[in-house]
Write a protein that binds this ligand. Structure first.
Ligand code: ADP
Ligand code: MG
Length: 238
């Protein structure tokens, strides 16, 4: 069974069309990267998959279930954003626990999940700190931890590393790829950074102005770009 299927997805904001009929199939455990210039619709597409943005037309399937009208919390998806959006007045522990508490999960199960996520991300010593006492990289780990505690099947990342410095970005890329493999999840990762796309992806989806230009492995795109735009973006002359 496929993990995710997008069938002719369309997004309009009033009469302005932003996403123009996107078709895409994603297999379980695949690491898919959406890449394309700023404003091409990467975040909008991700938000439609997450259920944070209504689908104007077309169908979205997760597994064999049509998800168009299913609320975000019931899609088995967790999203990690660029702005960490941590609650400043809460400890790291509370930041990780809060969503689960709101969902009514028993305290001991929350404690188990938070501990497990904190171990995976190596932030156990930070659990009692407030976000302002964390470095950028530590904050980003907490943001990822908030996704992990929900134990989703699908992770969506929207440019999660763009606020970090170059060195940390490289380190976090490796960590996210490792996490993806170890958790056995399906991930979609949005970036406008070609290097990130080339080094992290099983499959790259190149977007331009709300349409898919090409889908393929990093090697496919590098060796056989479909057009000048893809070639320019991936960095191989055609
Ligand atoms: P990306 O993430 O690739 O930079 P976005 O998905 O954020 O692009 O935006 C794609 C296009 O949709 C942009 O032109 C943006 O201005 C427009 N857009 C995004 N959200 C809205 C909205 N709520 N209302 C109107 N236009 C929007
Ligand atoms: Mg964006």
């Amino acid at each position: 069974m496929t993990a995710l299927r997008l069938k002719n997805l369309v997004k309009r904001f009033s009469d302005l069309q932003i996403i123009h009929g996107v078709d895409l199939t994603i297999q379980p455990r695949e690491f898919t990267v959406f890449v394309g210039p700023s404003g091409c619709g990467k975040s909008t597409l991700l938000r439609m998959i997450a259920g944070l943005e209504e689908i104007s037309d077309g169908d979205l399937y997760i597994g064999d279930q049509r998800m168009n009208d299913v609320p975000p919390a019931k899609r088995g998806i967790a999203m990690v954003f660029q702005s960490y959006a941590l609650y400043p007045h809460m400890s790291v522990y509370k930041n990780l626990a809060f969503g689960l508490e709101t969902a009514g999960m028993p305290k001991d199960e929350i404690a188990t999940r938070v501990q497990k996520a904190a171990e995976i991300l190596q932030i156990v010593p930070l659990l009692q700190r407030k976000p302002k006492a964390l470095s950028g990289g530590q904050r980003q780990r907490v943001a990822i931890g908030r996704a992990i505690v929900r134990e989703p099947q699908i992770f969506l990342f929207d440019e999660p590393l763009s606020n970090l410095d170059a060195e940390l970005r490289v380190q976090m890329r490796v960590e996210i790829a490792k996490l993806h493999r170890e958790l056995g999840v399906t991930s979609i990762y949005v970036t406008h950074d070609q290097v990130e796309a080339m080094t992290m992806a099983d499959k790259i989806v190149v977007l331009r102005a709300g349409r898919i230009e090409q889908v393929g492995s990093p090697l496919d795109l590098y060796n056989r770009p479909a057009n000048k735009f893809v070639a320019g973006f991936i960095g191989s002359p055609k």
